[in-house]
Design a protein around this ligand. Structure first.
Ligand code: PXL
Length: 280
């Protein structure tokens, strides 16, 4: 393993709203991981705002990936994808990188929606293409909405019995990924993540804040990716990400930050390096 692990971060760049690359890059850096961005689209604000500009960068991606042919990565972390063509290019990049480095691992956060709704840019065709991409991933981190969209399951809210969550995780595994983390499962005043790996499910939860901030899933996946790239196990990485999310969302609530502006993670970033050493 490199002293500083190298991660290709395939995601959009949203100028305002703390999500995708503006979350992944600082989080990975502070965790001692080199973040190498592949911007899939440039937005002035994320799509949760009433108006924003959206520039799709699909046409730039082939040359971008080609120029990385002399590089190899320890992890690839892919999130928001803007078009079907782009998903095919990302899949080709996965294949090429795995050929170059069989130890290269892929974390796919299938960013498609939240609270039972698809994001406005996510057409059903785009969801189908993401479903196909899941088969190439080692770890996927859907929230409940995304898990339902991927498996064709009816969405019945964020409260999920463990048996239903395990069934959902099982259906996701059928899509061909290595392991599954279903995020944001609500049980009364707790919120947790179900990890499904090697045929076994485990669950860890934390105190829940009432407000749902944009970009929470991106922050979770970024911390998870940082911990995994630093050699932590999947279950330890999920606990680190869950504990960090709990701390920052409580802090964000105290500041009365508008939910669309995202999780106020900046004051807490410096804690992340230390958390790697606390969780075995
Ligand atoms: O946080 C997920 C996300 C990522 N990228 C863009 C988004 C969103 C959620 O709204 O709009 C552009």
């Amino acid at each position: 393993m490199r002293t500083v692990p190298r991660v290709a971060c395939i995601n959009d760049l949203s100028g305002f709203g703390r999500c995708s690359l503006t979350t992944a890059i600082p989080v990975l850096s502070v965790m001692g991981v080199q973040a190498c961005p592949v911007p899939t689209a440039v937005l002035s604000k994320h799509t949760g705002f009433p108006q924003f500009t959206f520039t799709d960068l699909t046409d730039t991606l082939t040359a971008y990936f080609d120029s990385w042919d002399d590089l190899d990565f320890d992890w690839i972390y892919a999130g928001f994808l803007g078009s079907i063509g782009q998903i095919e290019m990302v899949r080709a990049f996965f294949v090429r990188q795995k050929q170059k480095n069989p130890d290269c691992r892929i974390l796919l956060d299938p960013v498609m929606g939240d609270e039972g709704k698809r994001y406005s840019t996510y057409t059903p065709e785009l969801c189908d293409a993401v479903r196909r991409l899941v088969s190439s991933a080692d770890v996927i981190t859907p929230n409940i909405t995304e898990a339902c969209l991927l498996t064709g399951t009816e969405y019945c809210g964020e409260c999920l019995h463990m048996q239903a969550a395990e069934r959902l995780a099982d259906s996701l595994m059928q899509l061909g990924c290595g392991s599954v983390v279903i995020t944001g499962i609500v049980q009364e005043n707790r919120i947790g993540n179900l990890t499904y790996q090697d045929g076994r499910a485990s669950y860890s939860d934390v105190h829940r804040t009432e407000c749902l901030f944009s970009g929470t899933g991106d922050l979770f996946a970024s911390v998870l990716c940082g911990a995994l790239a630093r050699g932590k196990s999947l279950s330890a990485s999920v606990k680190i990400a869950g504990a960090f999310l709990s701390e920052v969302t409580q802090g964000t609530l105290r500041e009365h930050t508008p939910a669309a502006e995202g999780v106020l993670f900046e004051p807490y970033l410096c804690r992340l390096g230390g958390m790697l050493y606390e969780e075995k």
